[in-house]
Design a protein around this ligand. Sequence first.
Ligand code: XIL
Length: 338
Amino acid sequence: MSGRIPKKRVLATVAAVMGIAAWQAPAASASVPLQYTTNRYVGSAVAAAYLASETDYRAVLTREFDNVTPENEMKWGTIEAVRGQYDWSGADAIVQYAQTHHKTVRGHTLVWHSQLPDWVGALPADELRRVLRDHVTTEVKRYKGKIRAWDVVNEIFNEDGTWRDTVFHQKLGEGFVADVFRWAHAADPHAKLYINDYNIEGINPKSDAVYNLVKTLRRQGVPISGVGIQGHLSIQYGFPGQYRENLARFAKIGVETAVTEADVRIPTPPDAAKLATQASYFGQLWDGCHAVRKCVEFTTWGFTDRHSWVPDVFPGEGAACLFDENLRPKPAYFALNP
Ligand code: XIL
């Protein structure tokens, strides 16, 4: 982190001296883009298709963020839906964009039960292990040196802290986690390697399970660097309890944390009061990350209500992002960047 603080300070100072025109910020947005206000990586999930087709989408992403996470382009189901037929086009485009614009990339995600091709699920155990090893090695090697951090395993626990019943757990046992971290590390020794999950913002049985596993893996010398806290919240359910304490306990055992997929859903239609509650939730997520040692990244799951997974997956909820459909910053944006 330390190397980044001066860069941000210098850029913010330059911005102030030159005036906001240097950043081509529209009148409605804050004078300094979000990425220059913090010494944390600040990112968004991004879709290659919109990056290619929507100039305004691309401009706001470029202006406000310094990390990108491919929303679907690096998932197994995207890159190898059919065995042996790889499609790297979306992932390559996002990594290329990041390199051109000096943004870091969060790789998402190597091992996940969802968006997993059926052919993988159908493999017998010994073959599954070989295929998994190939998958992790091939993908990590392809982007070696270009990915700051990988979500190596995603969503491996249930809400009560038991292991999720996935093909990997069923056929390979709990040891698949240590294996995939070791394979990823061998393929790119400099990439930070994370375990990622949702509903682990606060202290609860699920975050306890993550905490205990990470502690065990570290003791065994498994190369795990951090815990990704997705941060998918809804204003209907209250802000998670003991968020800062949770971040702090991970710092104490020597691992980084990152908010990897923040969004805050609103029962539609949004109104001023709901937007204010949303702003408060985003603000608490952001402030907590800044208050706790080793919380190194704050990434949102998309930045505009124009393109968000929320309405598709949570009927009756929406408006979960920092910018509205027209890319105007919402109260939540100003909670982060007053
Ligand atoms: C979501 C994408 O946003 C959607 O486009 C896709 O249809 C389903 O997956 N947790 C994760 C992300 O780790 O990969 C998910 O992304 C959202 C929940």
